[in-house]
Design a protein around this ligand. Structure first.
Ligand SMILES: O=c1[nH]cnc2c1ncn2[C@@H]1O[C@H](COP(=O)(O)OP(=O)(O)O)[C@@H](O)[C@H]1O
Ligand SMILES: [Ca+2]
Length: 428
């Protein structure tokens, strides 16, 4: 028992992020079932007085890989990974509060890409795990999150935690989230033009703290970093990829290997005889993004907050610092992509996909969204705006928004704009 207390205090030193289970303390358990991994967040809230909103006081975090979608054909085994994480919450939450502690799981693009049947089977098994636990299982506690909701929650998180949604001068910043299977872009339009020219389902209104915000947000399914690798290889949506070899000029010439994603095995390799390097790679990747995304004019001149794989790859290539994060320009990704792709032998200790990933990020930003070379991207680790996050995941920023899903005073009311506009042929 005392061991447990010690471990808890290590995570949240009392002077920085005090955790003391008073009567006004309550907990919430949130699972983020992403395409590449499942993460548990055990939040502690404290309500200082009845008229105040509860404040987030601390968080315990753990994650496992692969994500739920890797268990598409073994739903019970998938749910078992959730159960092991949930056991942590049994230790972290005081027994007398178990029955009052809600547990929810929100799945993102990994499950969106599965067939309805396979996704539902996984969610059902998870629901059973929840029901067998001592925690409170709200209605609809296990579900796939809507893509636009994913985008606005990330936007709220960044802007709320950086203080942009309180005070008078609201200089909100747009957010770019690059996941494994999908990618989101979200910002607050300043120009009437943007509102007029955007497809209806890209505009979402919601209310928070007595203000109404009309955001531009869209989630592109299949445009996450891992999904883009498959698309570049020409292997996306190939259920029976067995045996076939997918080759690309973005990979080291002599490479031949196997890769598992979404429960499917793929064989891939380099262009043994053909070309390799940035130029041919960029052309390959361009086919994946060109003309597939909506390009709002307004974003060309503004700066964005970029996280998830944008952050990870920027750290991997020393463009920014792991602890501090940093500010970079779109062209920095291009410079690194050239450096890595044109010297693949020199980078053979890194991931074989480093060239492809950097080239994809470059093409996505420039040709996909239409950003300028000198567009500024802020990429900060999660700990930068969330100092109580455990050391174990200093590098992450986007999971913070999950706080709001279980924060009982955040209603998350939102609705999508309905326009009598013809739907544009965009993927989503
Ligand atoms: O709470 C977190 N912990 C660790 N990584 C996270 C967390 N939230 C988001 N990420 C980042 O998200 C990316 C993986 O995307 P994810 O698995 O969520 O795919 P998806 O959003 O397409 O479903 C990685 O860059 C990972 O670092
Ligand atoms: Ca995600």
């Amino acid at each position: 028992h005392s061991n447990r207390v010690m471990w808890f205090q290590d995570l949240f030193p009392p002077n920085v992020c005090p955790i003391n289970a008073k009567a006004n303390t309550f907990y919430g358990i949130m699972f983020d079932a992403g395409s590449t991994g499942t993460r548990i967040h055990i939040y502690t809230f404290v309500q200082k007085s009845p008229e105040n909103l509860p404040e987030l006081e601390g968080e315990i975090f753990e994650s496992v890989k692969p994500g739920l979608s890797a268990y598409a054909d073994q739903p019970e085994k998938g749910a078992e990974t959730v159960k092991r994480l949930l056991d942590m919450a049994i230790d972290a939450v005081p027994p007398h509060l178990w029955k009052k502690t809600p547990v929810v799981l929100k799945a993102t693009a990994g499950l969106r890409l599965l067939s309805e049947e396979k996704a539902q089977a996984l969610l059902l098994e998870v629901k059973e795990v929840f029901e067998e636990s001592p925690f409170l299982v709200p209605e609809n506690s296990v579900s796939i999150m809507d893509g636009s909701y994913e985008g606005i929650l990330a936007w709220i998180t960044v802007n709320f935690l950086t203080g942009q949604l309180s005070g008078q001068n609201q200089h909100t910043v747009g957010t770019l989230d690059l996941g494994g299977a999908s990618t989101q872009i979200t910002f607050l339009p300043r120009f009437e033009e943007t509102l007029k020219e955007s497809p209806g389902d890209f505009l979402t209104s919601f209310e928070m703290f007595n203000s109404t915000y009309k955001l531009y947000t869209h989630s592109y399914l299949g445009f996450g970093l891992k999904a883009a690798r498959l698309a570049t290889l020409g292997a996306l949506n190939m259920e029976a990829a067995d045996g076939q070899m997918f080759r690309s000029s973005c990979l080291p010439k002599q490479l031949e290997a196997e890769w598992h994603f979404g429960g499917v095995k793929y064989r891939y390799g380099g262009n043994k005889e053909g070309e390799t390097g940035f130029k041919p790679c960029y052309l390959e990747v361009l086919k994946v993004v060109k003309g597939k995304l909506h390009q709002p004019d307004e974003i060309r001149g503004s700066s964005f907050y970029a996280f998830s794989y944008y952050y990870d790859r920027a750290v991997d290539t020393n463009l920014i610092d792991y602890e501090q994060g940093g500010v970079l320009e779109v062209r920095d990704f291009e410079r690194k992509a050239k450096e890595v792709c044109d010297n693949m032998e020199r980078y053979n200790s890194a991931s074989p996909f480093l060239c492809m990933d950097l080239t994809y990020i470059t093409a996505l930003l420039k040709e996909g969204f239409g950003f300028r070379d000198n567009t500024l991207l802020q990429s900060r680790p999660r700990s930068f705006i969330f100092p109580c996050a455990a050391d174990t995941h200093k590098g992450r920023v986007d999971a913070i928004h999950k706080t709001f899903l279980i924060h009982k005073n955040f209603k998350g009311k939102y609705q999508q704009e309905k326009k009598n506009k013809k739907k544009q042929p965009l993927q989503g």
